[in-house]
Design a protein around this ligand. Sequence first.
Ligand code: NBG
Length: 797
Amino acid sequence: MTSADMKSAILHHLVYTLGKDAGHAQVYDWRMALSYAVRDRIVDHWFESTRRSYAEKCKRVYYLSMEFLIGRLLQDAIINLRLEDITLDALSELKLDYKALLEDEPDAALGNGGLGRLAACFMESMATLGLPAMGYGIRYENGLFRQSFEDGRQIEEPEDWLSQTDPWEFVRPEVSIDIGFGGHVQEMGNRANWYPSELLIAMGHDTPAIGWKGRWGNTLRLWEARPMRGFDLARFNRGDYAAAAEPEALARTLSRVLYPDDTTEQGKELRLKQEYFFTAASLRDILRRFESEYNDLALLPRKAAIQMNDTHPAIAGPELVRLLHDERGMDFDEAVAIARKTLSYTNHTLLPEALETWGEARMGRLLPRHMQLIDRIDDLERRENGPRAIASHRDGKVHMGTLGFVMSHKVNGVSALHTELMKTTVFKDLNELHPGRIVNETNGVTPRRWLLASNPRLSGLITETIGEGWVDDLEQLAKLEPFIDDTAFLDRFAAAKRANKDDLARWFASELEVSVDPEAIFDIQVKRIHEYKRQHLNLLETIAHWLEIRDNPNHGWTPRVKIFGGKAFPGYLFAKEIVHLTNDIAKVLNSDPLTSRYLKVVFPPNYNVSLAERLIPAADLSEQISTAGKEASGTGNMKFALNGAPTVGTLDGANVEIRELVGADNFFLFGMTADEVEERRKIEGHAARAIAADPRLARAIETIRSGRFSPEDPGRYRGIADNLEYQDYFMVCSDFTDYWRAQREIDTAFLDRAHWSRMAALNTARSGWFSSDRTIHGYMADIWHAEAAPLVADAAE
Ligand code: NBG
């Protein structure tokens, strides 16, 4: 394709797909026309991949996930198809601004955080590796809420990403699957017929996921809920308009919202329905495809691997057994054995409140047959394992983690530490019963999006220095090591970072009206707001540092910009107070004439994938400061390291592996280990002791308590101060002193710019292992036993 071809493809779509005349087209129209022009380049590769999967009788991987945090797709497609140069040329002939078109695309926020973004990175990596795979999830009409601030408070508004046409999806009305709820079960001997009382339809929408160089394309199939019977004309004719639309409204509710929470169980019926809805639709689709190719169900585990991303799709165990046993007549024990060999489960958190359970009454009412099958699965566990067996249905609840575990042949953690903790805490007994079932697959991130596309300055320098091979073989970044002491290279490395910081500073100025000094340390903590992630530890240190600067404003302080980003679950009051406090602190500090040239706080609202792409390349310092033992892995931590930002962090999640790989000298470690945290927690009054031992900490907490940041409402943050002093479950106080020490070391280290750049560059050079390509290879070898297919033609050739 040439740029002239691209230009005419854009114009063609503008006129014939969008029905717009070039003279009247708006940014939206041009962006859509460009998207269709790019999409056309994907389709042949995508079809060819599908044909090849069938022809080669490949094993397919199915990734079931409530969340796919895919973000924007246009640039991803352009970069992977290597259409960037010709697109730039074509657009400049049309006098259009490439960046403006990219930024016009809504950010598809179909996820909460790490778990959903991981699913999106995996889709990209599976396509890059040529692994025949399909993602299955829900096409939420409103994704995660949009965050804004009003007087510093978080305001949530519905995200309306679908209010415009999504150019990437292909609607599949022919893929419509009936999904039932409720009703009764008629048993016939061992087997049963289930007669649901409520039925709706799951309709598929397919989005291609195209890999690097377009050499493979997989499908992300998202289900939309539709009513069995649409609009009720009889009621409408009687004038009962609201009732006429009711069936449709009820069905639509199911795929309307993403539960805005990634760590606490909602306990809502709607959520259980969503989980069953997408899992059941996906399994039926998978079996239909399998049966179109094979007629022996015993082959299923050799031809399909189904990954349950967290427990949200864990109902897949009993559902698959139901499809095999009730609907296809397979012996029960054999059905369980086959389901187990096909299914596997990834655990993403050890927080007890996040391990899903459903009350037996609710489950029995909505899914009566599944409830019976769960009890029979429990019986089988007892037959196989005797009295030590662990039932999923116990104390009046169905424990989805247990169910996921017993119905899987492999269960994986997402970092080395997390996997070890799984074995010794939540799944201790199950691990003893089933040794070897738990495996580790440390998370990763796709380097195409998180370095090549989002940080062109750094990725350009890397390609110039070591060639392009790193893009799909990230461990080649190690080839940068010989250049680490080359001042010309380091200068260019530093210049790329500096230019990214300049860009961000300009964006802060124009969007947020905050001016920051690009010479300062850009210190960034972006992630969901949660006590265990300890944004308040960062805030306490900020306050303490501010007070110290005020005491001695003429000491040569190292300037810092503290950047925060993240959403608080609307019902999580403590997290919302942290948001409010952060904004209140920013207000006071940024206008303090004594200190503001040394210390500023910036909190851009609505942290999402696109904002991450803007912030991460400009970071000097990555804050990964969770209470040890609580963060399963983290993936933001990997993105920062890859983009040349050293970490200040605890020995938690994948931080442990990052530190091992980048080297202890290039990582600012602080805080207690997971074991020390458990010990310390046993000490009565641990927080009060820590406060008594550190006057800076005491003063920072007192400053919060005194109302200094909320003079109009002095009691506003008493709750936070009390929590820190009297509870402090997450050990903020006990880790404060060491965190302070690490931060002051950072101030000093940053003064030696050459040394800092070397440290930053070493972070990049040694982060190659954190590619999600490596993670997917791990799943393929240890869990899925699946192989890549022969790749299709390179799009650029
Ligand atoms: C999150 C963890 C992160 C981890 C991601 C991806 C959930 C429930 N868990 O530490 O908190 O990186 O999963 O594995 O979203």
